[in-house]
Design a protein. Structure first.
Length: 268
């Protein structure tokens, strides 16, 4: 392939995947050239998206995560998919779900997710129950588990409530002896969302790699594609911040006695 043809292909792929960097384009499409060469083509053609300023630098927890027990700690969050224009069109046309409920396990980086049309504690508790039953079926002891969330009403209930009554989500965790960790409430100029960095990173990844680029003919095709992505993410996708290994590879190395099927959460 001629140099001009290679550059044209890089430009076309970057325009198709505006959030993908040189490494991802090379890994997924086998683009010829080094990372720096591909990045140079992207930059010279003004295809670099300006990065959002980060007021807080997230502490590197890679060494700590390597010492965590499997499913010892996870982060949970919800994502409003109506904010993604490409997905919103299909959501309206096909009646696709608006909210993604997500769990990111920290020791190996695996992720689970499910969908609902509403964002409330009832659906959060359904998601929790579904994941808990799945883990128990693979012999995971929930007594030693910590699930961390923000202070959204789907997790803690109505923030203006006058009693200490538990939300449906909190009741589900308590019934299974799971500790509920909550990040500090955000104050003006002092946001704490960085403490949910792993699950928010997954939200950004799945938006870049699925919701911004995929199309769907019907709800069945949608569920098929997102389920395929869950399998791909947990078993095959390399994470360069985790020694360029997939969650399944880390599981085999650190927890060889755990059945790898635990990473496969069917979407219902």
């Amino acid at each position: 392939m001629k140099s001009q043809d290679q550059e044209a292909r890089i430009i076309e792929l970057r325009q198709t995947h505006p959030s993908w960097g040189s490494r991802r384009l090379i890994e997924r499409y086998h683009v010829k050239g080094s990372h720096s060469a591909v990045h140079r083509v992207i930059k010279q053609n003004n295809l670099i998206k300006p990065k959002k300023k980060r007021w807080r630098k997230r502490k590197d927890l890679s060494q700590l995560k390597k010492k965590m027990n499997f499913f010892g700690k996870s982060e949970l969050d919800t994502k409003d998919l109506s904010d993604i224009y490409q997905y919103w069109l299909f959501m309206k046309r096909l009646g696709l779900p608006r909210y993604e409920y997500t769990l990111r396990e920290l020791s190996i980086g695996a992720s689970f997710f499910a969908y609902a049309d509403q964002n409330n504690s009832t659906y959060a508790s359904y998601f929790a129950q579904y994941v808990i039953e799945h883990l128990k079926s693979y012999g995971i002891n929930t007594v030693a588990i910590v699930w961390q969330t923000d202070n959204g009403s789907e997790f803690i209930g109505n923030v203006k409530k006058k009693t200490n009554r538990l939300s449906a989500f909190q009741k589900e965790l308590k019934a299974n002896h799971i500790e509920h960790g909550r990040i500090p409430p955000s104050l003006p100029g002092q946001g704490c969302s960085y403490l949910q960095g792993d699950v928010e990173t997954f939200h950004r990844i799945v938006e870049d790699e699925v919701y911004e680029i995929e199309s769907y003919a019907n709800p069945i095709e949608f569920m098929g594609k997102v389920y395929a992505y869950l399998i791909y993410f947990n078993y095959l996708r390399k994470n360069r911040y985790r020694d360029n290994k997939s969650p399944a590879e880390i599981l085999r190395e650190r927890f060889p006695r755990v059945d790898e099927g635990v990473l496969n959460l069917p979407l219902s």
